[in-house]
Design a protein around this ligand. Structure first.
Ligand code: SF4
Ligand code: SF4
Length: 368
């Protein structure tokens, strides 16, 4: 069965029963009291005349009152996806029993290994993941490659593989020790992602100014029912408890960081597409394909600063400092105000060993 192209991300709660070190949510495990009647959500979705995939996320969705009943209601006419830490075992069993796997796009199950070890919950995780897999759900077990976990990933991967569970490395998005990830990953992390090139798609690009159908085909809903254009652009479109007015078509993106799902909803030119693909391959360490895409971008728009910077990054990776300097100089000449290009150039000229930063500013032009 083909999944619909319309996505609504329902941020059910910011509360969670885990307290992962790298989580940016407040660690609040008190009962969830802010709830929405699921009928208001199904009424809203049905009234659009479209089928939707409702991405249930948090916090931890399984601590939301009536979670499995909500899933049952939503999957009558629509589809769901769930982001979960898989820790509320009784509800996971209920979910596995009552929900049709064909109506579930995917279960993104996060293995927060240090938190699992802290609560002595690794065996329960394996049991719950196996139950869902055996029932025929598409389970993607994510392992966030936080810089502090890079060293143990392969050992953990082998341990879980012995239980029939495949770990998918997921890029850490955020800052650690003053560097922004995933752009700052070094060789070790890139080697981890080399077997999972699809993870390169989860990059927070800057699509500001690019036409996007978010607000019509992609939405975000808050715990109180407020509907926004998308997870990146918080423009309010209404509230399911009252009225929601979707956008008519595509409109330029207004923000500088786009969440990973945005890439399925924007309208890219050939140049922008080549730049996006170049970055996606570069982040996961597929330098040949990255180079192919970025050279295509270079042909379409010679001296585009983002393409030049990223071709400089690839040159540096293969040890060609002279070409890297030339590329970074060209990028900086086009955008003298861009600190990333300046840093990359100066560090390369100084002969430093460093992981040069990848540019995500797909819509950048020359400075006027
Ligand atoms: S399970 Fe997810 S939401 Fe909960 S603390 Fe960990 S990262 Fe945050
Ligand atoms: S490009 Fe991304 S952030 Fe911008 S409107 Fe589209 S989905 Fe939202």
């Amino acid at each position: 069965m083909d999944m619909p192209v319309n996505n609504i991300i329902w941020n059910m709660t910011r509360k969670c029963n885990f307290r992962c070190e790298y989580c940016y949510f407040p660690h609040d495990n008190t009962p969830v009291t802010e709830t929405l009647p699921v009928s208001r959500i199904t009424d809203f979705l049905d009234a659009t005349g479209e089928q939707w995939v409702v991405g249930l996320t948090g916090g931890e969705p399984f601590i939301y009152p009536g979670m499995v009943d909500i899933c049952a209601e939503l999957t009558k006419n629509h589809f769901i996806g769930v982001d979960t830490n898989l820790s509320v075992s009784s509800k996971v069993r209920d979910f596995a029993e009552r929900i049709d796997p064909a109506r579930v796009q995917d279960l993104y199950v996060a293995l927060h290994i240090e938190e699992r070890e802290r609560i002595k919950g690794t065996d329960a995780f394996i049991k719950n993941a196996r139950l869902l897999l055996d029932k025929g759900f598409k389970v993607i077990v994510n392992y966030v490659i936080h810089p502090t976990l890079e060293a143990r990933f392969h050992t953990d991967k082998e341990f879980f593989a012995d239980h029939g569970i495949t770990l998918t490395p997921r890029p850490f998005k955020g800052e650690f020790e003053g560097r922004r990830y995933p752009e700052a990953y070094g060789d070790r992390a890139r080697a981890i992602f080399a077997d999972h090139p699809e993870q390169g798609k989860k990059i927070a690009f800057n699509f500001q100014g690019v036409p996007c159908s978010a607000g019509k085909t992609l939405l975000r809903m808050e715990p109180d029912g407020t509907v926004m254009r998308c997870p990146g652009d918080k423009t309010k479109l209404g509230n399911v408890m009252d009225n929601v007015r979707l956008l008519d078509g595509t409109e330029p993106c207004n923000v500088k960081r786009c969440p990973c799902r945005g890439v399925d909803h924007i309208s890219l030119t050939s140049l922008q597409k080549a730049l996006v693909e170049g970055v996606q391959f570069a982040v996961v360490g597929d330098n040949d394909k990255a180079s192919e895409s970025l050279n295509r971008a270079d042909e379409l728009s010679p001296e585009h600063p983002c393409a030049q910077n990223n071709l400089g990054v690839l040159a540096l990776r293969r040890g060609d400092r002279a070409e890297a300097v030339r590329r970074f100089e060209t990028a900086l000449a086009a955008r003298p105000d861009h600190p990333l290009y300046a840093d990359n150039l100066h560090n390369t000229q100084d002969g430093m060993h460093f992981d040069a930063g990848i540019c995500l500013d797909v819509n950048h032009r020359h400075a006027k």
